[in-house]
Ligand binder design. Structure first.
Ligand SMILES: *[C@@H]1O[C@H](CO)[C@@H](O)[C@H](O)[C@H]1NC(C)=O
Length: 421
């Protein structure tokens, strides 16, 4: 550990907020745990059970109006929000849809995630009562299917999004490395290459926040992210997900993904219009050369298998949807997005954080840098578009606030983060 001596003071200074934060988390976690024990007593009570009871009571009223060709828009959705996969953009779409149709979100309490990286428990949901139903679950969590299922109608649609693990690794490394003490000792300009050239020298599965550095997607889904490449649990995990998720979106084919989502949920084109949120300034993105990409995939082997599997099934879905039809729809989506950009955005493009005039549109920044771009609302905006534009431009944290989520832990953390660096 010779690297420690040179920067020992800096290191200790950087550790303080983490130790503080970890302690706060532990206290909060034990608080939520007592809560959970009391709930356990009547755990059989789930949303599905309540629904089937009320169905029996009112069978006549709910005679299925199916048979007709027209589908009706679906509003019971589990969106498993993975990290660094363009999922914030999907969240904005879900927030808008849920708000418009007055759907009930299962939100976390006090922060913007469900005590990630602890596995999800329904007791973490704000205002949770056993047997009650929620329409949409979409905040960051470590997936735990049985717990999620307790909150949702049995017909809920499960959706998630994956990204090529080489790019995801680069993104996660960049975004989180200051939060992962394992990386603090890597010397040289290019820490990412330093790590990938010899991950064994830096990585340890037990270290604080180490999951950000290896198979982060596999981890998000609740699996062990440190399996050997030939461990059969990797395939078992993939099979598990394919049996529980109705659609797996692919970040690299974002527009096609949204068209498939719209089709599955029976939504309109208007429902899936979007602006890219949480995009990193390009000078903060390291281009991986082919050798580094190969190393990143090797290192994130479980994620790579996961991605390849769902990339393959994705294209089968596109095929079934119709290639030509897909092309047409993507073109239409692009046209309408461009139209909205012209209507809503000053200068039509994303700008650096320091150029964002109104803090309501300023996205959350990673520790120690201002790299995440945002937008300015057009100054001469047509009043009839103001509301929709504002919603489309509002970053996750601010939108959660608007939807009534108390975010005191997130805010405290944000304050600490800005104070220390
Ligand atoms: C994803 O699937 C497509 C279609 O089968 C294929 O051309 C492409 O190479 C795949 N991408 C990866 C990264 O596996």
């Amino acid at each position: 550990m010779s690297w420690m001596t040179g920067s020992k003071h800096a290191m200790i200074r950087r550790l303080i907020p983490w130790v503080l934060m970890t302690n706060i988390m532990l206290v909060l976690h034990s608080l939520s745990y007592t809560n959970q024990v009391t709930i356990r007593v009547s755990q059989e009570e789930t949303c599905a059970l309540s629904v089937s009871k009320s169905l029996q009571q009112s069978k006549a009223m709910l005679s299925p109006s199916s048979k007709s060709e027209e589908c009706s828009p679906k509003g019971n959705i589990m969106f498993m929000k993975t990290h660094k996969t363009a999922s914030s953009t999907i969240l904005n779409i879900l927030f808008r849809f849920g708000e418009k149709h007055k759907l009930r979100f299962a939100f976390p309490d006090g922060r913007n995630d469900f005590f990630y990286p602890s596995p999800f428990l329904c007791s973490q949901v704000k205002d949770y009562e056993p047997g009650e139903c929620f329409n949409i679950v979409c905040n960051h969590m470590r997936f735990h299917q049985e717990e999620v299922a307790k909150l949702l109608h049995p017909d809920a649609v499960y959706v998630t999004i994956l990204r090529n693990p080489a790019d995801l690794f680069e993104s996660a490394f960049h975004y989180y490395h200051r939060a992962v003490p394992l990386t603090w000792g890597i010397s040289g300009e290019n820490k990412l290459a330093g790590f990938l050239n010899n991950p064994g020298a830096f990585y340890s599965p037990e270290a604080f926040n180490s999951f950000y550095l290896k198979n982060l997607q596999f981890f998000d889904f609740g699996f062990d992210n440190n399996l050997d490449a030939d461990d059969p649990q990797i395939d078992a995990g993939i099979q598990y997900l394919s049996s529980h998720f109705h659609l797996v979106l692919i970040a690299e084919h974002f527009e096609e993904s949204l068209i498939l989502l719209k089709d599955l949920l029976c939504w309109s084109m208007e429902d899936i219009l979007y602006f890219k949120l949480n995009v990193r300034k390009s000078s903060f993105v390291s281009q991986l050369d082919p050798e580094m990409r190969a190393k990143a995939l090797q290192w994130n082997w479980a994620d790579w298998k996961l991605y390849q599997h769902f990339n393959a099934t994705f294209w089968v879905r596109v095929e079934a949807y119709g290639r030509e039809r897909m092309k047409r729809d993507v073109k239409e989506l692009r046209r309408r997005n461009a139209e909205m950009k012209a209507i809503c955005i000053q200068g039509k493009n994303a700008v650096e954080p320091r150029d964002i005039k109104n803090s309501r549109f300023l996205p959350w920044q990673p520790i120690g840098e201002k790299s995440i771009l945002g937008y300015n609302l057009r100054q001469d905006i047509d009043p009839k578009f103001r509301t929709i534009c504002e919603k489309m431009l509002t970053p996750e944290i601010q939108y959660l606030s608007d939807l009534g989520v108390n975010l005191w832990i997130t805010r405290l953390w944000g304050w600490l983060k800005d104070k220390i660096y």
